[in-house]
Design a protein around this ligand. Structure first.
Ligand SMILES: [Zn+2]
Length: 75
C-alpha cells in the first residue's frame, strides 16, 4: 500500500493516485518525504479528502503518523 500519495511538484498539492495534477496538468511525483509536519498532514488530508473513502484516508493517516512515531522512537 505504497505510492498512494502523489505530489504535484508545481503547486505542491497532494493527490490520491493521480498521475497528473488536475490543476496544472503537471506529472505528479511520489512525495516520499523524510518526515511529515502536522500542517503537511492537514494539507494532505484536505487535498485528498474529496477523493478518498474513509478506509483509504485512515491508511494514509496511519502511514504518515507511523513515520512520525518512528522518528521519535529512534532517539
Ligand atoms: Zn499542480
Amino acid at each position: 500500500m505504497h505510492n498512494l500519495l502523489k505530489k504535484c511538484p508545481k503547486c505542491k498539492n497532494y493527490y490520491l493516485e493521480e498521475e497528473t495534477c488536475p490543476k496544472c496538468k503537471e506529472r505528479t511525483i511520489n512525495p516520499n518525504p523524510p518526515r511529515f509536519k502536522p500542517e503537511t498532514i492537514e494539507k494532505t488530508v484536505k487535498g485528498i479528502m474529496n477523493k478518498a473513502d474513509e478506509e483509504t484516508l485512515e491508511k494514509i493517516i496511519n502511514t504518515l503518523f507511523k513515520e512520525e512515531t518512528g522518528t521519535k522512537k529512534n532517539k
